[in-house]
Design a protein around this ligand. Structure first.
Ligand SMILES: *Cc1c(COP(=O)(O)O)cnc(C)c1O
Length: 465
């Protein structure tokens, strides 16, 4: 066995694996769980080696089926790319590309140039640039516009986005001084105006994308804020986060503000995510007035935050789908949000039929559910959805087995049943999902499996933005 593996492994890697396999056999031997028979032990060690080798070859960043009903699941990579965008990424990955080359002029270009016309058209902006994510966009904007100066933020918007991204900490790390205005629930335009000093440069508005403020509340309109900014020669920046390019009420969700509306209302600079409601790759987009965007473009920090060609290729293809008016077909996240409850039900029925054929002994039932947008967007929005509830196995064991099969399926729990929400499973995936679930169902029924299952991971229900 070791001799066969030596053909495909470096001597160091092979030695490490042989040691690990022998250590395992030794500790089992000490526990008395193996017979002291030389031939048998050799066989056990060889099997272990084979298993270690198999595990080594499984990619650690793995494809999974998302049956959680959370469309933009941050822990699962947020927005999946459609076939056109994926093909563009593969093409850009395999060859040379005009990343910073202007074919018309035959000389060096800028990596923002190719996407600029699309971004300007879709966002209604004079100029735009792309960075690694929206957090980077905020970092760049605040650093370029307000390092060593004061930034006004409403106390109702000093938020944590998730993963430790807190607005006060971000401002501090950029060397900007935060000046809090108003109160948690009520802030007026005059509160901003009164806080302005000769050292103030920026008025930052942060969209409450992952929570809602209800009751006795008040906030100025964007037009009022723009007027304050104009009167005091400040730059009005809005961190919009969610990146909706279309009206989300079309999908029966609450309405998310769009970058286009903000810019039209007088905001100087907006920042959005590429992989939230926009449905593209992880990216941050900064758009707005040309003079302001240019200040970010010439800042040295941009070099550390700029995206690579794979991201730009995916983003261009995604934006092109919007420009063609085909986002509901070509952008999978938008397609998942746009799907009617009836269509989701039909998909859940198809999954149930496949499962029933493979698992006649399981208890299967169609149940109505509420799917979510995810990625900390639209906290009050729920989408009517349908799931297949799988019973007949201990739910913890079944969930663990679903994570252990070759093509893992991440599901949701509802009481003592495991739910497979159909909104986030594509039609083409149903056959593979059904196979994976039936494999897991058998695995979960095998003796020892419940005992050896690790504790269920609830974290993917509480993913942050
Ligand atoms: C999501 C979000 C961010 C962070 O965006 P990433 O693209 O995840 O870096 C920042 N601000 C707001 C308001 C957000 O909603």
């Amino acid at each position: 066995m070791a001799r066969r593996l030596s053909a495909s492994l470096s001597p160091e890697a092979l030695l490490g694996m042989v040691r690990e396999a022998l250590d395992g056999v030794r500790s089992e031997l000490l526990q008395g769980s193996l017979p002291e028979d030389r031939e048998h032990l050799t066989l056990v060690a060889s099997r272990r080696l084979e298993e270690l080798n198999r595990q080594r070859r499984v990619p650690k960043l793995r494809r999974v089926f998302n049956a959680t009903g959370v469309v933009l699941h941050t822990n699962l990579g947020r927005a999946p790319l459609g076939p056109e965008a994926a093909a563009r990424v593969a093409e850009a990955a395999q060859g040379y590309v005009t990343l910073e080359y202007d074919l018309r002029l035959g000389r060096r270009g800028h990596r923002d140039e190719p996407l600029k016309p699309l971004l300007r058209q879709l966002l209604g902006a004079e100029d735009a640039l792309v960075v690694n994510n929206n957090a980077a966009a905020v970092l760049l904007a605040v650093t370029a516009l307000a390092a060593g100066r004061e930034v006004l933020v409403s106390r109702g918007e000093l938020v944590e986005i998730g993963g430790g991204f807190r607005i006060p900490d971000v401002l501090a790390s950029c060397g900007a001084r935060l000046v809090e205005v108003g109160t948690t629930n009520r802030t007026r335009a005059e509160d901003y105006a009164r806080a302005v000093t000769p050292n103030t440069t920026t008025l930052l508005k942060v969209h409450r994308s992952n929570f809602a403020l209800v009751g006795f509340t008040r906030e100025p309109t964007l037009q009022e804020l723009a007027a304050v900014a104009r009167d005091h020669k400040l730059t009005l920046v809005e961190d919009l986060g969610s990146g909706a390019l279309v009206d989300t009420s079309r999908f029966g969700l609450p309405r998310e503000p769009t970058a286009r509306e903000s810019l039209a209302a007088g905001v100087d600079l907006v920042t959005i995510s590429g992989d939230k409601l926009l449905g593209g790759p992880q990216a941050g987009i900064v758009a707005g007035r040309a003079a302001v965007v240019e200040r970010l473009r010439v800042h040295p920090l941009l070099r550390a935050l700029r995206p690579g060609r794979l991201v730009l290729a995916a983003l261009e293809a995604t934006l092109q789908a919007y420009a063609d008016g085909r986002e509901a077909e070509r952008v999978p996240a938008v397609a998942a949000l746009a799907l009617s409850a009836e269509a989701v039900k039909a998909r859940a029925e198809a999954l149930l039929a496949r499962l029933a054929a493979l698992l006649p002994e399981a208890t299967l039932e169609l149940v109505p559910t509420e799917a979510r947008t995810g990625a900390g967007s639209l906290p009050l929005g729920a989408l009517r959805s349908w799931a297949v509830a799988v019973g007949g196995r201990a739910p913890d064991a079944l969930e663990a087995a679903l994570r252990a099969v070759d093509e893992p399926v991440l599901a949701r729990r509802w009481r003592d049943r495991v739910l497979l929400d159909a909104r986030t499973l594509e039609d083409q995936a149903l056959a593979s999902v059904a196979r994976a679930v039936s494999e897991a169902w058998r695995l979960a029924g095998a003796p020892r499996s419940a005992a050896s299952a690790p504790p269920p991971d609830r974290d993917h229900d509480s993913e942050d933005a």
